[in-house]
Design a protein around this ligand. Structure first.
Ligand SMILES: *Cc1c(COP(=O)(O)O)cnc(C)c1O
Length: 515
């Protein structure tokens, strides 16, 4: 790549017609695929390095009162701040923001994460002064609107899951799992016989065994069958009266629907156990399948996945749990209840597990989820799931000649490939994931789920158009062709990003945090 000026970066060499070409690559690697990006990724110095004596972004009126130091100890030295013009500051932060990649900049097909588009109206609603100005310690009488929102959202989520009661307190999916497992634990304790084990299939999310362990349960691992789903026989073989229940992710982490779920729930219930449903993948089944109707006793949802809240980067999440009647007494307090047209907070619940979070949970996320549910309605939510499943199956069908498909059957909201075909050329999943960035796409999830060697897990979500999905498919096909014809270009990819291939271990262990 040619060096341009100082500030122009290593970044992107964009050619005409929206084509994207890799640096140093033969022109044959230029393709129409990819979100055609053009322009430059700027290098950006620290504000201190750009500082010049006397430069200033504001002009305050001349001081016409005597200086008075609030702290007599102060010497009067001004704090050492960079001196910059307004334009310096605007460009600095704008450039930094351009280093980010988010769903607002392009397709983000990160399987298991549901990186769907978050409609901006949700943000507008969450920013209303009535909500942002509300204080969680304000009296019930002054909080009726907020309490009503919590109450109604709980009802909607109960309806969507087919369950009897919901709490919005947990702060994330894994936190919801903990709340759900605490409810199962409390249920067995109340019955007078605590149990010691939980069944966890190999397709479970890694947080599942962690949540079970936090409640003192030992995980009993079972393997899914040849189709990538659980067999009733595998559950029957380990279920006993010392087992508190099973944790099932449905659709599972292979993106497949657990078709035997009803029979499995019956096996577990017969021996007095309960069924925990990991509902993080609810985006595939809203309006189509109600977990409460097929024997699931408690399920968590990820509002920051299915219900369109921005997520990633460790930002706040929300992982409500929905439960059957038998588990309702154990839900965390306070509960929001409705009494004579008034919403009240109820603490007096002797069997409650206590609090899972301060105040009422992450309220801002609840507003976004509420706005999302109200704006789509039940038909809209059902369409979301249908489209999410259609899009994933379209990708699966379009790429199955190019990438090895370990489970060739209809998938739900995501599909899982591997790097088996490419291993002949010494190309791995990681190489392909890095290379797809040069085509303007965030990489899919890699090396997860663990049951699939070299997994590439793609979740397009419902929000991408056919044109964008076609571009993505085209880009992956181009990467697959490169893997065969020019594997070196993959080995050193990405070429067009701000930084090229990092040493993954050093990047994690010895991060260089300077620009
Ligand atoms: C994302 C996810 C979780 C964990 O949710 P967090 O909000 O990240 O804690 C649990 N299970 C499954 C299947 C998931 O996809």
């Amino acid at each position: 790549m040619e060096k341009t000026t100082d500030i122009a970066s290593s970044g992107l060499s964009s050619s005409t017609n929206g084509q994207v070409c890799a640096s140093g690559s033969a022109s044959s690697s230029c393709t129409m695929a990819g979100t055609a990006r053009s322009g430059l990724i700027f290098q950006e110095a620290f504000l201190w390095e750009k500082s010049r004596e006397g430069r200033c972004a504001i002009s305050l009126p001349k001081q016409d009162v005597e200086t008075s130091l609030l702290d007599p100890e102060l010497t009067g030295d001004a704090p050492e701040l960079p001196q910059l013009s307004e334009l310096d500051v605007v460009r600095h932060y704008t450039r930094l923001s351009q280093w980010n990649f988010g769903v607002d900049s392009g397709m983000y097909p990160l399987g298991s994460c549901t990186m769907k588009y978050n409609p901006k109206t949700n943000e507008v609603q969450a920013a209303r002064p009535g909500f942002t100005g509300a204080h969680p310690l304000a009296d019930e009488d002054l909080s009726q609107g907020c309490l009503e929102l919590i109450y109604n959202l709980e009802q909607y989520l109960a309806e969507i899951t087919g369950m009897d009661a919901v709490t919005l307190q947990p702060a994330a999916g894994a936190h919801g799992e903990l709340a759900g497992m605490l409810a199962i634990h409390a249920y067995h304790a109340k019955k007078g016989h605590q149990r010691s084990k939980i069944i966890i299939p190999d397709t479970a999310h890694g947080t599942n065994p962690a949540s079970a362990t936090l409640c003192g349960y030992k995980s009993v691992n079972i393997q899914s069958g040849p189709d990538g789903i659980l067999t009733p026989e595998a559950v029957e073989a380990v279920m006993d009266e010392e087992t508190a229940g099973i944790m099932i992710t449905n659709p599972n982490t292979l993106g497949l629907f657990e078709e035997n779920i009803k029979q499995i729930a019956e096996i577990v219930h017969k021996k007095g156990g309960l069924v925990y449903g990991d509902g993080a993948n609810m985006n595939a089944v809203m309006g189509i399948f109600k977990p409460g109707e097929i024997g699931i006793d408690v399920i968590h949802l990820n509002l920051h996945k299915t219900f369109s809240t921005p997520h990633g980067g460790g930002g706040p999440g929300s992982g409500p749990i929905a439960v059957v009647k038998e588990l309702e007494p154990f839900l965390p307090v306070p509960r929001v209840e409705k009494k004579d047209d008034k919403f009240i907070l109820v603490d007096d619940r002797p069997d409650a597990m206590g609090r899972m979070l301060t105040f009422h949970g992450h309220f801002g996320i609840m507003i976004r989820a509420y706005a999302y549910i109200l704006s789509l309605g039940s038909k809209g939510l059902t369409d979301v799931s249908k489209l999410a499943v259609l899009n994933a199956n379209y990708i699966k069908a379009s790429l199955k000649e190019d990438l090895h498909l370990p489970y060739d059957r209809p998938c739900m909201h995501e599909c899982v490939f591997t790097d088996k075909f490419q291993s002949d050329y010494g190309v791995t999943t990681l190489d392909m994931a890095k290379r797809i960035m040069d085509y303007g796409f965030h990489p899919p999830t890699v090396y997860f789920p663990l049951v699939v060697h070299g997994a590439i897990m793609i979740e397009p979500t419902e929000s991408e158009s056919k044109e964008t999905i076609d571009q993505f498919i085209h880009a992956l096909k181009a990467v697959v062709t490169e893997a065969k014809e020019n594997p070196d270009i993959l080995k050193s990819a990405p070429h067009l990003s701000k930084l090229s291939r990092l040493d993954e271990v050093s990047a994690a262990r010895k991060p260089v945090l300077r620009g």
